[in-house]
Write a protein that binds this ligand. Structure first.
Ligand code: C2E
Ligand code: CA
Ligand code: CA
Length: 639
């Protein structure tokens, strides 16, 4: 029989194309699954030896028997191992390598028998032999080799179907299609044994896998050349479904800052170096670049000792500088270990852990448990805010402000209260910053403002000597375009003058876009509102805006009074007293009225009276209370 190896030649060209593609396509060679590369190599070896052995088998007289033998053995070894290698490839694709070691060991038995039979063939002639003219012939046990190959193929199909969820629908579909393609030549060759088609079809299958599974173009980060966030997501979906993965998160602090400091290009070079280091440190596992200087390493269950070693190695490496010369930098790093799926109950929590920025000044070990509970608390607060907005259950309390000149309570601060049936009172210091971040502060601010107006009108506050109410204004509100219009509409609805409202802006607000803030304040002043500067002295003072501050009252933060009255810290106390004395005098000389917050005792009140402070606010007079209680209080104090 004359063997036709034309298809083998075509297959060689296809394989060369695949190899070219893998090598020259940027990033691919580093990431293509190593077992896939082995498959390509075996495939090439099979094709080449198939051609050579066919030439030898077609012309037994012309060729030396040793060469004929060598090519036949190479072909049969390489081609038989391919089926086994394909099954191992599937295990690699799912990251099962360590977890299913036993199963993988059992799978080596058929191929071992196969190879023993093959290499004992020189003595047994059970696999192949030559007839009198030197023509190649199948031996008695040759069909067993087909059988073993068939076994691996059927196992592969079974495996893909069994784990189709983990593979993902499209990948499982592609794998099955390629496995079925390999069956076509077997059927054809039943009738036309002389046409060597098997390898051609197998190469087509491998090429299909290259383009559907191995082509990681869209899964490679262009900056670092390792897998990107998208690839990570796919891997995570799988990890969350199966069990016992360890996820290591390594984050460098303040990437934006360093980008500005040494430039994107140089910083990318450093990120690249970090990726190379990570891939060396975690050779066995996949490393991912999640962006913003966050890296993830996904490992199928590793021991505590290994994790500990990685932790130490990472901290040690990050103590040393990255980059060269004037662009060499050291970064604080955060190292976190998350056991999946045990440590996190939802994908959302996991995403949060991955994305939460690290902005520490020193390297730290991340505590996923604590981060998750903080995050869940935040989600809960957001939910309670939404619920309170829906049920209109936000309340407004009032805290009296004592006027030292009149000896009466001529104003009060309106303070918002979020009280939930189940969770009790949520402190404003907790929910206000969250509301500022998610924008609900606009609605909350409107509710407080309207509630104050309604109360001012209904409660006859004017008759009780209350000249105005202080309402807290968040920076977010100041930046909103229709704030003025909203306030004007509400004032109109209750037929009130803007004079009865004094708006409080915190000192920290002035550190942002000052122009925008002052424009906003000017606009509201035109309507008739006056302003107070809240939390003065908390560290944001910017002397340049002091000369033209559009405020009538400056509220000195309670921490300063408390420091001035704290006997435990004598030198701090002395300085705080000096600061208070001088600040109050200076501000009054500049024509501002001064209010001190946090007056809790008689002693504090007397001390402030000595400093001739204008307004006092604190628990000594009253805590913030509901409006009815406030009215009762007024009737007594202002009588
Ligand atoms: P703030 O504007 O500095 O309000 C004064 C805070 O100090 C209030 O806390 C008040 O209860 C507390 N306080 C007053 N006197 C004393 C005292 O003698 N001792 C002690 N220990 N505390 C005293 P509260 O009500 O918990 O509010 C906290 C912060 O939440 C407020 O600080 C303000 O920044 C914000 N906030 C409250 N309501 C609103 C609102 O309606 N809108 C906005 N934007 N922020 C609000
Ligand atoms: Ca305030
Ligand atoms: Ca304050």
């Amino acid at each position: 029989m004359i063997y036709h190896f034309e298809f083998d030649i075509a297959a060689v060209f296809l394989t060369l194309f695949i190899t070219y593609y893998i090598i020259f396509k940027k990033g691919l060679v580093r990431h293509a699954n190593r077992v896939y590369l082995v498959l390509i190599l075996l495939n090439f070896l099979s094709e080449f030896s198939d051609i050579m052995s066919s030439i030898a088998n077609n012309n037994p007289d012309a060729s030396e028997r040793v060469f004929q033998d060598i090519w036949n053995y190479i072909y049969l070894s390489a081609h038989n191992v391919m089926a086994f290698a394909f099954v191992i490839y599937l295990f690699f694709l799912l990251g099962f390598v360590k977890k299913k070691q036993n199963q993988m060991f059992l799978l080596t038995i058929p191929i071992t028998i196969d190879l023993i039979l093959l290499y004992s063939n020189p003595f047994t002639k059970l696999i192949f032999l030559y007839d009198a003219e030197g023509h190649y012939m199948h031996g008695k046990l040759f069909p067993l080799m087909y059988g073993i190959a068939l076994f691996y193929m059927i196992f592969a199909i079974f495996f893909v179907v069994r784990y189709r969820k983990l593979f993902g629908k499209s990948r499982a579909g592609a794998l099955i299609a390629f496995l079925l393609i390999s069956f076509i030549p077997i059927v054809i060759q039943m009738f036309f044994q002389q046409y060597l088609l098997t390898l051609f079809f197998e190469t087509i299958g491998l090429m299909g896998i290259l383009f559907t599974i191995e082509n990681k173009d869209d899964t490679i980060s262009p900056t670092t050349g390792i897998f990107n966030r998208y690839a990570f997501q796919t891997a995570l979906d799988r990890a969350m479904e199966s069990n016992e993965y360890t996820l290591i998160l390594i984050k460098i602090a303040n990437l934006n800052y360093y980008n500005k400091m040494i430039g994107f290009q140089n910083m990318n070079g450093i990120l690249n170096k970090i990726s190379v280091w990570l891939e060396q440190e975690f050779t066995l596992y996949s490393c991912y670049d999640c962006g913003r200087g966050h890296f993830a390493i996904l490992c199928d269950k590793i021991s505590e000792e290994t994790v500990e070693k990685c932790r130490q190695d990472t901290f040690a490496r990050f103590e040393k500088a990255w980059g060269k010369g004037k662009f060499s930098l050291t970064f604080p790093v955060s190292f976190g270990v998350i056991h999946l799926p045990g440590d996190v109950n939802t994908m959302e929590n996991l995403q949060m852990l991955i994305d939460a920025p690290f902005d520490g000044k020193e390297s730290v070990e991340m505590d996923p448990g604590q981060m998750i509970s903080e995050y869940e608390r935040r989600v809960l607060i957001e939910h309670l805010i939404d619920k309170a907005l829906q049920n209109k259950s936000f309340q407004v309390y009032f805290q009296p402000i004592w006027n030292s000149h009149t000896g009466k309570v001529n104003s009060a601060e309106a303070l918002c209260r979020l009280i939930d049936e189940k969770y009790g009172m949520i402190p404003p210091d907790e929910f206000i910053p969250i509301a500022e971040q998610n924008g609900t502060i606009l609605e909350i601010g409107r509710i407080v403002f309207e509630e104050v107006c309604r109360f001012y009108q209904e409660g006859c506050l004017k008759d009780l000597d209350v000249d105005y109410i202080e309402v807290n204004l968040s920076v977010v509100q100041c930046m909103s375009r229709n704030l003025k219009q909203t306030f004007e509409e509400i004032l109109k609805k209750y037929s009130l003058d803007a004079k009865c409202i004094n708006l409080e802006v915190t000192e920290s607000a002035t550190t942002g876009n000052q122009k925008l803030l002052f424009d906003s304040i000017d606009m509201l002043k035109e309507v008739g509102f006056s302003f107070s500067l809240d939390d003065y002295g908390t560290g944001y003072s910017n002397i340049s805006y002091m000369y033209e501050m559009p405020f009538s009252i400056i509220k000195i933060d309670k921490s300063i009074l408390w420091k001035a009255m704290d006997p435990k810290d004598s030198s701090g106390q002395r300085n705080a007293v000096l600061y208070l004395e001088n600040t109050i005098r200076m501000l009054q000389d500049m024509n501002y009225s001064v209010l001190v917050e946090g007056v809790e005792s008689m002693e504090q009140k007397m001390f402030l009276e000595r400093l001739e402070c204008d307004y006092f606010q604190g628990y000594y007079f009253s805590k913030p209370v509901q409006k009815q209680v406030f009215l009762d209080f007024l009737r007594v104090v202002n009588a």
